[in-house]
Write a protein that binds this ligand. Structure first.
Ligand SMILES: Cc1cc2nc3c(=O)[nH]c(=O)nc-3n(C[C@H](O)[C@H](O)[C@H](O)COP(=O)(O)OP(=O)(O)OC[C@H]3O[C@@H](n4cnc5c(N)ncnc54)[C@H](O)[C@@H]3O)c2cc1C
Length: 457
């Protein structure tokens, strides 16, 4: 069917909800990776039935469907293929229920993470997953990527909070999995299969989330080190102690310098490493844990300061959340990796990263959720400098090889999408990849649901 006719039919089905002008389509052609594409149309459903109609229509006409939240993904997951239809969930953004009795929130996929956090806090409740993009990413995107965040070290990642989902399958039928129960072992766990599936199995249209009571108290510690190795060793000392901090974030010298040149937050620019640590819980437990953590930091040559009011705490977190943008002050192109190693191996991974940066003569800025062993490795380069860009690409393979050698994983929370798909066989066996492709085929026999993502071509 010619494109014009195809778009007309879409528009007839969902009047006023279909964009086809080039200037509109361009806005949906990229995410936070460096990849881009141009869709055939963007559809903005208002209700689940709209998604069903679009999917069924795309299925009958063999058109790729690309689910999209806010487009903050780091691996190109929502970047469109040619001739594809973007299903943008931004308009399905209602919080349907906050059920205080059962400690459950039911939301549409387009709800912004921070919006839910604010609504819950008013009721003294809390939803732990807090990606640094929480002020602009959607919960649908979080579920599709199994997003993490600083608080994962204590509270886990998105998958630990998803109790149930409504998903529209490629042919348009609606699949309901799980629901409001905290325990449920009837049949295979299809809810968990959907979490982290990167929009390759269906479009998520409703989410049931577990919520928690808001912790009574939080204490924030900032610990600076003149040697990054000491900061990395402190991470292992804390994770092997009896305390589980709420966050345990690391920044290296390059990251600290980039933040300060982006905006003056007052971070110590001469420090080689910095840890941002929080503990939460009851008043008495928090003060004991904070003291123990301060002792661990001091015994590893760290200097500790405490952010004891909400203003200074928010100020430090604003600095932390600005890193991604701030790094562009170093160089115009960022190759962002998201590796994880077992927590006790964080110091070894930092040694490997230093070796790689010296061997390839590249600036590599590292920061991240060190308490989970999750390090965001950012190779700063310039795409126009072809020679350096080639070196940067070679360094990526070495970083992944070192990660796998240390029993780690090449993606902790950003997914595979387009940018990492050529590397998945470094970690997954042939048997696993084959089985995953077969699972996809069962859900998506025509291969129209976010094709070209996760699996190598
Ligand atoms: C500055 C910055 C900081 C970040 N920090 C973190 C962090 O700390 N932790 C972390 O985990 N991530 C982080 N990210 C990555 C990103 O924000 C997350 O992956 C987020 O979950 C993506 O949400 P989104 O709404 O933008 O999804 P999109 O980018 O629109 O989509 C991401 C993927 O999900 C799929 N998808 C989206 N909505 C649906 C749906 N309703 N149904 C099915 N599939 C869907 C898309 O097809 C795509 O594959 C960061 C990104 C930025 C730019």
């Amino acid at each position: 069917m010619p494109f014009g006719l195809f778009n007309n039919k879409l528009d007839n089905m969902l009047p006023g909800r279909v964009l086809t002008d080039r200037e509109d389509l361009v806005c949906y052609g990229f995410d936070a990776s460096s990849r881009e594409g141009m869709p055939l149309a963007v559809v903005k459903p208002a209700v689940t039935e709209d998604v069903s109609k679009v999917n069924a229509y795309a299925f009958d006409n063999n058109r790729p469907i690309i689910p999209r939240g806010a487009g903050t993904g780091m691996t190109g997951g929502s970047v469109p293929l040619k001739n594809s239809i973007i299903v943008s969930l931004e308009g399905m953004n209602r919080i349907l229920d906050i059920d205080e009795k059962n400690m459950i929130a039911c939301v549409e996929p387009g709800v912004i993470n921070a919006h839910l956090q604010e609504q819950l806090e008013e009721k003294r409740l809390f939803y732990p997953p807090d990606p640094a993009s929480m002020k602009f990413c959607t919960l649908g995107g979080n579920v599709a990527e199994n997003a993490g965040g600083p608080r994962a070290v204590k509270y886990g990642v998105t998958r630990d909070y998803v109790l149930g989902l409504e998903t529209v399958l490629p042919h348009g039928r609606v699949l309901n999995t799980g629901g409001k129960n905290y325990k449920d072992v009837v049949g295979y766990d299809l809810t968990r299969l959907m979490v982290g599936s990167e929009g390759t199995l269906g479009v998520i249209t409703k989410i049931f989330l577990k919520v928690m009571p808001l912790p009574e108290e939080i204490t924030t510690l900032l610990c600076t080190f003149s040697k990054l190795a000491d900061a990395a060793r402190t991470v292992s000392s804390i994770t092997s102690s009896s305390i589980i901090p709420r966050t345990l974030e690391i920044m290296d010298h390059e990251s600290i310098r980039a933040i300060e040149s982006y905006k003056k937050y007052g971070l110590p620019e001469d420090a080689d490493g910095l840890l941002l640590i929080e503990v939460d819980g009851s008043h008495s437990a928090v003060s004991i844990d904070a003291e123990k953590i301060a002792d661990i930091c001091s015994s590893n040559n760290g200097t500790v300061s405490v952010a004891d009011d909400i203003y200074s705490r928010n100020h430090i977190w604003e600095a932390r959340r600005s890193i991604s943008q701030a790094l562009y002050n170093i160089k115009p192109t960022k190759i962002n990796e998201d590796i994880v190693v077992p927590r006790g191996r964080v110091p070894e991974m930092f040694v490997e990263l230093k070796k790689i940066s010296e061997e390839y003569n590249l600036t590599i800025a590292n920061f991240g959720h060190a308490g989970d062993g999750n390090i965001h490795v950012n190779i700063m380069t310039d795409r126009d400098d072809e020679e350096e860009y080639e070196r940067a690409k070679m360094a990526v393979r070495d970083i992944f090889e070192s990660t796998v050698k240390l029993e780690g994983t090449i993606s902790g929370e950003h997914g595979i999408g387009l940018t990492k798909k050529e590397f998945i066989d470094m970690e997954l066996s042939e048997v696993s990849i084959k089985l995953m492709k077969e699972v996809k085929r069962v859900f998506d026999p025509k291969g129209i649901m976010n094709p070209g993502k996760i699996f190598p071509d």
